[in-house]
Design a protein around this ligand. Structure first.
Ligand SMILES: Nc1ncnc2c1ncn2[C@@H]1O[C@H](COP(=O)(O)OP(=O)(O)O)[C@@H](O)[C@H]1O
Ligand SMILES: [Mg+2]
Length: 279
């Protein structure tokens, strides 16, 4: 596997002087091509800040972000982001199909091709046939599917998702989680998804990075060795799932996660000490 994303010593500070707030501090990790990695951490720990730095929306105060080996210093063409708030991220005056093909307007893609690709990704997210509707005619879960389709239409090398299912009901959330895994498998996408939900991180990921409280540093890097085919009921009932979610929960609760050795054979590597959790 080749490295898709390389984050090295990443630090971001909002403001200056006495009003300065360090949101992320010295984060180092990489994501392999084709991986679905979840970042889990408490609210306010700096997850969104981290994604904004990776996507080039805000400049890092220190360290570097590399995509395919090239330094990120603006929003890369082959990167897409799905935000939590679908209701504000779609254009209400454009149809679903036009919303989805919107990112292609700046690429050299003919009108006919745009329409074809829009229809293709809408089908991939289970929304064929709704292209002519407007976003406000759809349920919240469907709108978030449209956002996912729009993110996929440009065939991004890396898809960033920031708490993408936090505003939908539990049933829809499960469906969208399964959709994310299906899309990743079928399209071979590399996905970095941020969540504060422990169960969601374990259910979705090949790998979970656990962040400390603000300023975020990486507490643990766990390989999720659950079978690739997952099911909302049987996977979540399985012994392995329960053990893994317990492991993540313990890590998140512990104020002193310092070089603890794994208790259940997990591939845990403590990349940095949780020295800031008590601040
Ligand atoms: N634009 C901003 N200006 C100043 N502080 C900010 C800004 N955005 C976020 N923060 C602060 O940075 C910290 C991390 O925020 P954020 O990255 O949104 O956390 P998370 O996504 O993990 O909830 C929080 O303490 C938040 O208040
Ligand atoms: Mg956030």
């Amino acid at each position: 596997m080749s490295t898709m994303l390389d984050v090295s010593g990443l630090t971001h500070q909002y403001g200056k002087g006495e009003h300065a707030h360090v949101a992320v501090q010295n984060l180092t990790f990489s994501i392999e091509a084709g991986q679905l990695a979840c970042i889990v951490g408490p609210s306010g720990c700096g997850k969104s800040t981290l994604l904004r730095c990776i996507s080039g929306l805000i400049p890092a105060s220190g360290g570097s972000v590399r995509l395919h080996g090239g330094e990120v210093d603006g929003v890369p063409d082959d990167l897409a982001v799905v935000f939590q708030d679908y209701s504000r991220s779609l254009f209400p005056w454009l149809t679903v199909a036009k919303n989805v093909e919107f990112p292609l307007r700046w690429q050299n893609v003919s009108r006919a091709q745009r329409a074809r690709r829009s229809a293709e990704v809408l089908e991939a997210v289970g929304l064929s046939g709704v292209g002519k509707k407007y976003p406000w005619q759809l349920s919240g879960g469907m709108q978030q599917r449209v956002s996912i389709a729009r993110a996929l239409v440009g065939r991004p090398s890396l898809l960033l998702m920031d708490e993408p299912f936090a505003s939908v009901d539990a049933q829809t959330r499960g469906e969208l989680e399964d959709l994310t895994r299906t899309v990743q498998r079928d399209l071979g996408s590399t996905i970095l998804l941020v969540t504060h939900d422990i169960d969601e991180s374990v259910y979705l990921a090949d790998r979970v990075l656990v962040l400390s409280k603000s300023p975020a540093s990486i507490v643990a890097d766990l390989t999720i060795d659950l079978p690739a085919d997952r099911d909302q009921i049987t996977t979540r009932e399985s012994e392995r799932f329960v053990a893994l979610r317990g492991e993540v929960a313990r890590l998140l609760q512990s104020p002193q996660v310092q070089r603890t050795t794994p208790t259940s054979g997990l591939a845990v590597s403590v990349e940095s000490e949780l020295t800031t959790a008590d601040r």
